[in-house]
Design a protein around this ligand. Structure first.
Ligand code: PEP
Length: 253
């Protein structure tokens, strides 16, 4: 954790959730009590179809919502795409960009991710820019070099602590139950902060929230959150269980 940074716990529901599942969000809202509110920000990123009803349901609880992706374009003939402005109009405050599932399954390059992050900022959404190495890259000793390159290619120029969140999500840790050691997370988050410092200037980089993501659970959240430069979590599977998501938020607080 970085003492001067208010942590953020964001839930990525991925392609899960129908209207009835807003009950999960309602349960999270119920558990987000004064103590938690004073210590940690929470965001829920449901599928695009639920951003509006989730935002309407959560606004009173001061829980933010986010999209899971956005178009590089502002509007026009891009069938099936959702623009950042549409997400903002639906009540979102954040949008995840460059998730490894988008990079892998949809061939998104660093340049695409950067264009999406810029589109998000233009719509006054805060992009949660995801970076992370594959298992092969880690085993080859290239994890830090890979992540630095992703940062250089994906983070918009001139981003500040108020307009950027970065999530380090090792690809091999997502949905697998595997996590890096605390020492590996520490080394990576320190490297990310330093690289952002070179890109954005030290003062801006010092306040950017750096989330760890990849198989975060109630049982490992506390240890991960003690690591320097880990300012919260991006949570996939465990965000679909209100009790688990709240336990992770408590660990971040
Ligand atoms: C994610 O999809 O961003 C993620 C971190 O997933 P999980 O927590 O399920 O590993």
């Amino acid at each position: 954790m970085t003492r001067s940074i208010r942590p953020l716990v964001a839930g990525n529901w991925k392609m899960n959730g129908l209207k009835a599942d807003l009950a999960i969000a309602a349960e999270v809202a119920k558990g987000y009590d004064i103590g938690l509110k004073s210590a940690v920000d929470i965001a829920i990123c449901p599928p695009a179809s639920l951003v509006y009803p989730a935002s309407a349901a959560l606004i009173g609880a001061r829980i933010a919502t986010g999209g899971q992706d956005c178009s590089t374009q502002a509007s026009g003939a891009f069938t099936g795409e959702v623009s950042a402005a549409m997400l903002a109009d639906a009540g979102a405050a954040f949008v995840i960009v460059g998730h490894s599932e988008r990079r892998t399954l949809h061939g998104e390059t660093n340049a695409t991710v950067k264009a999406k992050a810029q589109a998000a900022q233009q719509a006054l959404l805060v992009p949660i820019v995801c970076v992370g190495e594959t298992k092969g890259e880690r085993e080859a000793g290239k994890a830090i070099a890979v992540v630095k390159k992703q940062l250089r290619g994906s983070v918009p120029d001139g981003a500040t602590a108020a307009t950027l969140v970065v999530a380090y999500e090792p690809v091999w840790a997502i949905g697998t139950g595997l996590t890096p050691t605390a020492a590996d997370v520490a080394e990576m988050h320190e490297a990310i902060r330093a690289e952002l410092g070179r890109m954005l200037g030290k003062a801006a980089a010092a306040g950017v929230r750096l989330l760890y993501g990849g198989s975060v659970k109630p049982s490992n959240a506390a240890e991960l959150m003690t690591v320097a430069h880990v300012d919260g979590a991006l949570v996939g599977g465990a965000s679909l269980k209100a009790e688990d998501f709240l336990a992770i938020a408590r660990a971040c607080a």
